[in-house]
Design a protein around this ligand. Structure first.
Ligand SMILES: Nc1nc(=O)c2c([nH]1)NC[C@@H]1CN(c3ccc(C(=O)N[C@@H](CCC(=O)O)C(=O)O)cc3)C=[N+]21
Length: 299
């Protein structure tokens, strides 16, 4: 048996079309487009690629895109000054500071400086707290994208056993909170979990966000489970040739034989992350403008 492939690119394209429609409505109501500011500190090549693709996606969705590049040697004060300026800028509805930041900069301090109403990453402690207690806020893009994929497949998730492997503030913790809010029975597993294999085996829904290539083999997975692979790891191609390729945290080739449905890497969760970022930007723009929720943006 072979699992259904969950086509993240297709789901992301559909979401982006909805976001573009909602963005156009916002523009018509307010007389200006929603605006997203992306801050990039340093010259990391991979980061530059993400930032360029985000900027392109923002423009395609009819939003305004502002990209700010600071040198790798920028000081904490310079980064904070820029964030303060973007907080005060009425044309900016969303602020994303690309992580990781260079070592001389205190990431927590920078995230805390972002206006929570513009925190489209959902990393500010106000938004993390809101998610934890079930209040409306801005929800981190990757876990919300995963939830959308799961809702599209299952409809209701109530009563299903969900296992989240990984406990980062960016993916694991908010993912677990979202699944709990959907009435899943949630287990959080991590690097210190004993008998991870037995825990994974319980999962009707498995979300892997570990950051270790091919860490979970198909033999661990419950037959028929829905598997969401958040990992994006660049490894040397084992076939030799010195080339590299992207793989997830799940050993796809064995997992696809066992799972009921699975996201590929690339083309799974990654494209959803960017689509949700745009969605969050329109949500933030509407809230800041005192407009009600736009129904098509509510998952
Ligand atoms: N403040 C902040 N917020 C972020 O959301 C954030 C960040 N910092 N720092 C970097 C990571 C990484 N990230 C990705 C998003 C989409 C793809 C994506 O679409 N990947 C494609 C493949 C791209 C390729 O081929 O290289 C895919 O999975 O199909 C990848 C990585 C967001 N990040």
């Amino acid at each position: 048996m072979s699992a259904d492939l969950i086509d993240g690119k297709a789901h992301a394209a559909a979401l982006r079309a909805q976001v573009a429609a909602a963005g156009a409505r916002f523009n018509a109501e307010r007389g200006r487009p929603a605006g997203l500011a992306v801050v990039l500190v340093g010259e990391d090549a991979a980061s530059r690629v993400y930032v360029a693709s985000k900027a392109r996606a923002t423009l395609e969705a009819g939003m305004q895109s502002f990209t700010h590049r600071l040198p790798a040697g920028a000081t904490q004060e310079e980064v904070l000054e820029l964030v303060v300026r973007l907080n005060a800028d009425e044309a900016v509805d969303g602020i994303l500071v690309q992580l990781p930041l260079p070592p001389q900069i205190d990431e927590t301090a920078v995230i805390c400086a972002i206006d929570p109403d513009k925190d489209v990453d959902g990393f500010h402690v106000n938004n993390a707290g809101r998610l934890a207690v079930g209040q409306d806020g801005l929800v981190p893009c990757t876990p919300l994208g995963c939830l959308m994929l799961l809702r599209a497949r299952h409809g209701s998730l109530a009563g299903l056993r969900a296992v989240v492997v990984g406990r980062s503030n960016i993916v694991g913790k908010p993912m677990a909170r979202l699944l709990l809010a959907q009435d899943c029975t949630v287990t959080m597993a991590h690097s210190r979990t004993r008998d991870l294999q037995a825990v994974v085996r319980e999962a009707d829904i498995l979300v892997a966000a570990i950051g270790r290539p091919l860490a979970i083999p198909g033999a661990w997975i419950k037959p028929g489970a829905t598997v969401i692979d958040v990992g994006i790891n660049r490894i040397e191609d084992p076939a030799g040739s010195g080339k590299t390729r992207l793989v997830g945290d799940i050993d796809f080739d064995s997992a696809v034989q066992v799972a009921g449905a699975i996201t590929p890497v690339p083309g799974g969760v990654g494209p959803m992350t960017i689509a949700v970022l745009l969605r969050n930007t329109v949500v933030a723009a509407r809230r800041r403008a005192g407009l009600g929720a736009d129904a098509i943006l509510c998952p």
